[in-house]
Design a protein. Sequence first.
Length: 99
Amino acid sequence: MAEQDKNMVGNAVQPRENEDEDMENGDEVVDEVEEINEEEFKSLNDQIDQLNAVLDTLESKNDNIHAELIELLKSNQEARKQFQESQDKQPQANGEAKP
């Protein structure tokens, strides 16, 4: 394990001075942002609005399915309870002792 640690330290990448690169990259980003015009922003906003509408619809459908599932589970639980009660009463009706 100690040898692996030595190898990791020996193979570590040393940081380099890149302030000049950051400045150049920052200038490029500003230039790219300026190139994006108002029409492209409007198009992106419209797409985001459409995605939000679709997500709202999916969320609503998911909520409805969840509510129906809860209702189904409760109904199933009640049916099982009634079935178990009817099974418990049958041996007593035949005069048999319940185990």
